[in-house]
Write a protein that binds this ligand. Sequence first.
Ligand SMILES: *Cc1c(COP(=O)(O)O)cnc(C)c1O
Length: 491
Amino acid sequence: MSSAELFLGGEAGESAYRAAMGRATDAVLSSFADDEDPYSGFSPEELADQFDEPVIPETGTGLASAIDEVAETVLAHSVGTSNPHCVAHLQCPPIIPGLAAESMLAATNQSLDSFDQAPAATVIEERVVTALCSLFDLPAMADGVFTSGGTQSNVQALLLARDRFCSRAFGRDVQQRGLPPEAEELRIVCSAEAHFTGKQAAHHLGLGEDAVVTVPTDERHRMDLDALDATLADVDGTPFALVATAGTTDFGSVDPLDDIADRAREAALWFHVDAAYGGALAVTDRRDLLDGIDRADSVAVDFHKLFYQPISCGALLLRDRASFEWMARNAAYLNPEAHDDAGVPNLVGKSMQTTRRFDALKPYLTFRALGREGLSTLIESTLELAEDAASLVANAEDFELLGDPTLNAVVFRYRPEEGMADETVSRINAATREALLADGRAIVARTTVDGVTSLKFTLLNPTTTLDDVGAMLDIIRECAESVVAGREVAE
Ligand SMILES: *Cc1c(COP(=O)(O)O)cnc(C)c1O
């Protein structure tokens, strides 16, 4: 292939691009058409065995045949995220406007670290961020930046919180001088059901996972306010951040944000809301679940979950744009104009990344195409489905429902006899989940509730119906019965 056929810019490139995109699109569509089930059931060994060609051959095969090979070996054994029976994780079916945006942002390859690498993209990201800040009712001084997702949003929020606290409490410039001697005392407070990335962030920030103090949750898996008061009253150490979760991973529960905001204000703590999952409620009629989010110092929101965008796509929003000062960088070669002229945006100073994707285009195009209403209808349909699915599980004699869903998660166990020992139930459900993955007809998640292995549907897909849920329960029952019959779980 000549370079003219490998790059966009001339006629040869144009037709090569059309041909390649057309072939890739056909490969994707036919892999969907061929796969009735969400997974082929291949084991890691079977997958490894089919890739025996060298990754870097001396001579290439040409693009068309390389695409065909990927279709056969990779797409055919990918998990069908758009399949109505793929309901394990917070892994969404990507929405078509997001896929269209993804192909445009890839082809144009804008990089948000400097204005001259991404002029319109810079302005659009800023506009999307402003719209998000107002969606969460943050004040006019709010600002934000796109991130790779909740992990990065959480670590960045806690970094800013830590450095502001160290500056105010110890007069320490952490960016320049590193952690102060008092760092060992610093604490982050969150609920026992907060996402593990809070602990991960504490590690990455040099505070250690022991810096995270967890508050017990109530029967609906929300942070318990009395327990929070007790924790704040006699915590061993110096808390600087209080983290609430809007949409926990296992149960979709939303902490009482407004009440937690009160505590954060009284104790002068940075109030971070991890709304990676539940932030999408802001466009729905259930947005009152998020009451109090407008009082956050920072909000993490993901678009690659309940906003249906292709991975990766997230944002961190800050109540006060001045908080970005704790990580400002002066790279002279990037954005020299920004140093001379305050009118030129300088996004590199707001991000932990340098070269950075124009992911903001995906929610932008989707919002423009569907409007708030269109998105709300989609999201609400999944919340209703989760409620109906929970009733279906509750009414089945051999399944045990573990709580009413707040968002899309329905957590349950197969328990064929009421008196069956928890240990046996754990073994049966764990073996059933393994059997399901090898079977491939339904992809469900596994979690542990009160020490007992359980199963979970995360019903994000607006095309999944209650009939699909019924069919999946039948498949689970079938796998569980064969697990029991095969005595694979015998002591
Ligand atoms: C998914 C999730 C995260 C991690 O976000 P990534 O996008 O996977 O980096 C953090 N917190 C919550 C509540 C989440 O749901």
